[in-house]
Design a protein. Sequence first.
Length: 149
Amino acid sequence: MIRINRQTDYAVRLILSLAKREEGKRVSTAEIRKEMQIPPAMAQRIVADLARGNFILTFPGRDGGLVLSRPACEINMRQIVEYFEGKFFISDCLMDGGDCPFDNNCPVRFRWARLQSQMIRELEQINFEDLAQDALSINGLIPVGISQL
């Protein structure tokens, strides 16, 4: 089964929480942790990892907090998943140096490659600005600058 780990899921939640806010507005880790139901021990580790990956900026002190390091529309799901999970492969035979006795003469390998490409393309198209707007719409809120149709 293809499945992301819990740390990746929490990282996605944290980025989404920041994306829902006004650009540049600092938010405490505690506030995000509470909103997104992220365990305290995991939150600190994820914040450090996201800062190391240049997804967020951290500001210490009383007026500190977290902000996205770039606009939410420039951060996509593939970036987060690959940062925490590593490069995505649906099958070992698609990996460089993957051990396959049939190599490129395998119709299954061709289909795996096509499926993997589609999944990667889909992950790239999911950016956090869109996710934030979806989240705000689901909760009945309309983001600033977005009018109802």
